[in-house]
Design a protein around this ligand. Structure first.
Ligand code: CTP
Length: 398
């Protein structure tokens, strides 16, 4: 899996840097090309000579070579790599990556990288669980980067807790798995809808819902990580995404989502509609703010178009269409009905009766139903893992 792959390896100032020569050796043994970029502080923990000897390439720390005035181009390195991994990733570097603080070669290279990015934090337990570090990790995850979680164990400080960098052999397995996964949806085009829709009443008021978009964004990232080209049509959410294989189309209302989704639908192989689309919209949208003296006591609503059902009616052989169903009662029965009436291949059911499922939470609990009346129940999991379960089932249909 790693043979011929170009790996950019960023090393930062953490004691776990002493394990990185083993990682370089393992990667090189598998046939990968490894380009090391290390921060100045990392050089206190492991020598550039050790790393250049093992990687068989020069190791870079500074943007310029003072002796001959040449440039170690972060842009070229960023373009060259198939994958970038920052290991160990210190608290300071996580913060710089999350905020774009490009004051060293490692971070400028990271900002130029167009490839998937992995990061393996290593620090003391209190630093790792500090809210600012947790927020930076969240931000990096929202960019679509992959966290290689630190392990619980004895730390260099003598304390015990989460903060030990994952072992080189396990990091190698994560990278192998990444390249294996990348082949699964290679050449496939995905269309994913996410988030809520806002239906304007007037320029300052709307009818909306609590969908955060997390499930749809997690699906987009997972599909892109498995090699797909993804178009993500999202309603208003507080999420950002930056992945070379994901094109984000932002919409506000159900009618805009309908238009963008239905025009793109025919070009796609696999469509997953996870958006919480409004079923009704105000019949009249005032162009100016409605004043209270005009006493608006009722809003007339008209139905929106069902995007999923429209796509189901247009579906050509070979196209796969997956819908979601959020139910509060008669869950399986209602979901089965939607599967058939909307001409779906799979439906993902969330029940609002399950703790940890549905809107605005980082986890979900799903049941997947297929056309042959098979039912697959899953436990409560982070939405990234739920996305992986859904894509595994879709993969089974190909
Ligand atoms: N959906 C859609 N367009 C709509 C309404 C729903 O594409 N106008 C999609 C959702 O993205 C989801 C599926 O249809 O994939 C089911 O949505 P849900 O709200 O559970 O069901 P509805 O069909 O709207 O029916 P009801 O609200 O009566 O349960």
């Amino acid at each position: 899996m790693l043979n011929g792959k170009k790996i950019l390896l960023g090393i930062t100032g953490s004691i776990a840097a002493y394990k990185i020569p083993f990682l370089v050796r393992l990667l090189v043994k598998e046939g990968a090309e490894v380009q090391v970029v290390m921060t100045e502080n990392a050089r206190d923990f492991v020598t550039p000579l050790t790393l250049s000897t093992l990687s068989k390439r020069p190791v870079f720390t500074y943007p310029f070579n003072e002796k001959d005035g040449t440039w170690n181009s972060h842009v070229d390195m960023g373009n060259w790599a198939d994958l970038m991994i920052i290991a160990p990733a210190s608290a300071a570097t996580l913060s710089k990556m999350a905020s774009g603080m490009a004051d060293n070669l490692l971070v400028t290279t990271y900002l130029s990288a167009k490839c998937p990015v992995f990061f393996a934090p290593a620090m003391d337990l209190d630093m790792y669980r500090h809210p600012t570090t947790a927020k930076n990790v969240e931000t990096l995850l929202s960019f679509g980067h992959q966290l290689i979680e630190p392990q619980v164990g004895e730390l260099a400080s003598g304390l015990c807790g989460a903060g030990r960098m994952e072992e080189p052999e396990n990091i190698l397995n994560v990278l192998r798995e990444h390249f294996k996964k990348k082949l699964r949806f290679k050449g496939k085009k995905f269309l994913i809808t996410a988030g809520p829709t806002y239906e304007y009443i007037d320029p300052v008021r709307f009818i909306g819902n609590f969908s955060s978009g997390q499930m749809g964004f997690a699906l987009a990232i997972e599909a892109a990580e498995r090699g797909a080209e993804v178009t993500l049509v999202s309603g208003p959410v507080n999420l950002t995404i930056s992945h070379p294989s994901i094109q984000l189309i932002k919409v506000v209302s159900a009618s805009e989502m309908y238009e963008k989704t239905i025009t793109t639908f025919p070009e796609n192989d696999i469509t997953i509609m996870s958006a919480a689309v409004a079923d009704f919209t105000p019949a009249v949208k005032s162009g100016i703010k409605i004043k209270k003296e005009n006493a608006l006591t009722a809003i007339n609503l008209v139905p929106t178009k069902d995007i999923l059902a429209t796509a189901g009616g247009m579906k050509k052989p070979g196209q796969i269409l997956v819908g979601f169903a959020l139910e509060t009662d008669h869950e399986i029965e209602n979901a089965q009905k939607k599967l058939h009436t909307k001409n779906l291949d799979l439906i993902v059911l969330n029940s609002l009766n399950d703790a940890g499922a549905g809107f605005g939470v980082a986890t979900n609990k799903i049941t997947i139903l297929d056309k042959s009346r098979n039912q697959y129940d899953f436990g409560v999991k982070p939405k990234s893992e739920v996305a992986s379960d859904i894509l595994d089932k879709i993969s089974g249909l190909l």
